[in-house]
Ligand binder design. Sequence first.
Ligand code: ZN
Length: 412
Amino acid sequence: MAQTLLWLIIAFVTLEFIISSVLSWLNTKWMSHPVPPELEGLYDEEKYRKQQEYMRTNKRVSLIARCVSFAVTMIILGFGLFGWLDNQCKAWTSLPVLQVILFLVIFNLFNTLIALPFSYYSTFVIEERFGFNRTTHKTFWLDALKSFAVSTVLSAVLMAVVYWLYLTFGQQFWIWATLVVAAFIVFFSMFYSNLIVPLFNKQTPLPEGELRDAITAAIKSFGSKFKDIYIIDGSKHSTKANAYFTGFGPKKRIVLYDTLMDKMTTEEIVGVLAHEFGHYKHRDTFKNMFISIAMVAVNLFIFSLLVSNPDLPAALGGTAPSFILALVAFSLLFSPIDIVLEPMTSAISRRAEYRADAFATEHGHGEALISGLKKLASHALSNLTPHPLVVWYSYSHPTLAQRIRAIKQLSN
Ligand SMILES: [Zn+2]
């Protein structure tokens, strides 16, 4: 049975690899498609050549990254290295919770080391060559260290608690684990800007001046007293610009990149802000939080039915019952569910984006938003002709042409 499970896992990992490769190939094939009429003139001829070159370069690197990750996964599965690591951790310490944490830390470290060369190359070779990079070497290494530390500490704490719940409550642990993970998700959705962002960026309240006056007037016209607008020093990392809405309750805020300021007019920034405010009005943070928690609950429930099955650890080369090996095997075996869920969550996210655009448009900021989005896309050398299947499967935002069409339709 363990052998069959291993073959199933290998088949699923291969399937995922094939799907992502096909999607990427479709996008590359679609590159030469004519630009949608809404976006004509966004790039002049020379800039369009540069955009196509940027996309080709990125495709090549992500293809190599994908192949490396696939090959490494196959080696790990083929040689039963997960089982080997689990045995090593058990030899190092006799404390069960510590064994699980050790496994997780080494696994995280390994993943980080595999990904690091690609992110280094992407930052200092590709982004640099196309004029986007603002990251210094010092910032790059410090960020890598900090994100490894934060993700490892958080996942280790969470894993330790979940494992402890399993040791205490047996198969019923999933109910308590869902509550703990839910609390964790709610806490970090709320305090993300206070606890995580400051490790990597500086945020300052929007200073007095013309922009602040315009934004305050716009928010007043939405019938709200919302005043938590912050500027983030995105320029520390890249010249690309962005804006987002985050948090809820007393910790909600709209964050604008400082790189937005030197590219956009005040009207355009207000247009982008109106879109972000639309997310707030439609309670999108809550909806996303609810979806994540529901998915965690379903996953933990199914996992609780399989956790004590000895075939799960054995499929990964384990020689004894192991919670962490069962969890890894479970997540690999259920990856086809993610393949089915991804287009669904993408569709939900795109609907929220359309609604946020509609909010901005209904409040008279449609034209400014279009003009702002165009500037962002043009500066970031965005792909104007993604393949429809790729959009359907994985795009969290509608394409620029789709957004412009929807905004124009609403304004008429
Ligand atoms: Zn949005």
